[in-house]
Design a protein around this ligand. Structure first.
Ligand code: ATP
Length: 424
């Protein structure tokens, strides 16, 4: 098939001086090595959209290392080269440049790692995920600044459409479904109808045998990190329940949508109390809470994520234990131990209960209570350093939490009395 070629050199004028200089240099080096060189991937898409992108992906129809070494020398920077994958990178001012050899990929079985061999630009673009990501801009002198578009990506950008390159795309690599969601949310593009059907078919089929669960998790985390606040996300997850890629039994139901909404209200409430919460992590945990233990043990969750999953899965017992403490000071001590994310989960799932009102009492009042005396004050009052200091301060704190002895004077007064009792 033939590439549709569009002259984009006019738009090159908008680029920064550094980037123009870099492209010119790439162009003359590619000529001296007699290899065609292209910009590919996200930067091409963003270039057409006139969005700045500082990640420069280059593909060469030729040897990677000699090109990269000469480029690095001209720019007077270091470079990294990976001999096994024949890829390399360097940094130049704000820009990260990645260079790879043009290659084709072939998936022996769905979801498995592809077999790779060197090829031309057409094959290299054909292995990519969506048409808008599968265009190239030539950087070699003969066609410098020309867009190479084999799959109608340019028109899809104009139509704000996310379209897969072929029918087997999501069977070959189901993580592309998550990538597609990110793409459509970040650009506010719609899925082409057939593409959405193919995504749903792949998710319903569920034979993800060779698929790396940790790759799925990485894409999921990135999705949540970047788009947890996007009001369209729950609807998209309902339509395209990508957590199925971790465990096929997973569903995103009406109930999950309602939980999500309530959680957002609780997160907003805690946010208004000046808690700094990792919202994306709490939402991820909400989604992963029913993941079977067998799957959980195979994916690389952080300790914090493990802790939150355990907490949400044992929420009834955990809250019973915490709220068994009736004394304000003891309740405060228990709740002080929790992560803000755990407080949000209690708030969300203990809706309309006595527990929630106790939690709000803590958030609004108890947690702001401090006593205004410390160990040094007790020593000044004649107490010898030792374990009594902690005990006396605890008693003062307890009274303070009960709403009495509000000022420093009355706290000192109580301390004096307690010291006398200890010294008897
Ligand atoms: P962003 O600007 O959001 O980082 P990007 O498109 O540059 O987006 P990368 O993850 O850096 O995203 O990937 C670079 C390019 O590699 C993509 O544009 C796409 O063409 C290709 N690509 C990445 N992952 C896949 C995949 N799983 N399947 C097919 N092509 C992929």
């Amino acid at each position: 098939i033939e590439a549709r070629k569009t002259d984009l050199t006019g738009q090159f004028n908008n680029l920064t001086a550094k980037l123009k200089e870099l492209f010119k240099l790439c162009s003359s080096l590619s000529a001296s090595m007699d290899s065609r060189l292209f910009i590919v991937g996200g930067m091409v898409r963003d270039f057409v959209l006139d969005i700045e992108n500082k990640d420069l992906d280059l593909v060469i129809e030729g040897q990677v290392e000699p090109f990269l070494a000469s480029l690095a020398k001209e720019l007077d920077v270091d470079y990294q080269y990976n001999d096994r994958f024949q890829t390399g990178s360097l940094n130049y001012y704000d820009y990260t440049l990645d260079l790879a050899q043009a290659r084709s990929e072939y998936y022996p079985t769905p979801g498995s790692l592809p077999e790779v061999e060197s090829a031309g630009i057409l094959e290299d673009l054909f292995r990519r995920d969506f048409t808008v990501n599968a265009m190239a801009i030539a950087l070699f002198p003969e066609e410098f600044g020309y867009l190479y578009d084999y799959f109608n990506g340019y028109q899809d950008i104009k139509n704000e459409t996310v379209r897969a390159l072929h029918r087997f795309s999501f069977l070959d690599d189901p993580t592309r479904i998550i990538r597609g969601i990110k793409l459509s949310l970040s650009l506010d593009f719609n899925f082409e109808e057939e593409t959405e059907n193919l995504m749903q078919e792949a998710l319903n089929r569920g034979e993800f045998t060779g698929l790396s669960l940790n790759r799925v998790l990485r894409e999921l985390k990135d999705l949540f990190y970047r788009f947890h606040d996007n009001s369209e996300l729950p609807g998209v997850l309902k339509k395209l329940p990508v957590v199925k890629l971790l465990d096929f039994s997973f569903e995103f139901t009406e109930k999950t949508c309602r939980d999500w909404k309530r959680l957002e209200e609780s997160l907003a409430y805690l946010d208004s109390k000046d808690y700094n919460i990792k919202e994306w992590e709490v939402k991820l945990v909400l989604l992963l809470r029913n993941l079977p233990g067998g799957i959980r043990s195979k994916i690389n969750l952080t300790n914090k994520e493990e802790q939150l999953l355990n907490f949400i899965n044992r929420l009834p017992e955990n809250t019973e234990n915490i709220f068994a403490f009736e004394e304000p000071v003891e309740l405060a001590e228990e709740l002080d131990k929790l992560e803000p994310e755990e407080l949000a989960l209690i708030h969300c799932f203990k809706e309309d209960s006595y527990h929630r009102s106790r939690l709000e009492f803590y958030l609004n009042e108890l947690r702001n209570i401090e006593i205004e005396i410390d160990g040094n004050d007790l020593i000044d009052l004649g107490l010898k350093p030792g374990p009594e200091i902690r005990e006396i301060l605890a008693k003062v704190r307890k009274r303070r939490y009960q709403g009495r002895i509000k000022d420093r004077e009355s706290q000192l007064e109580l301390a004096r009395k307690l010291i006398k009792e200890y010294q008897k």
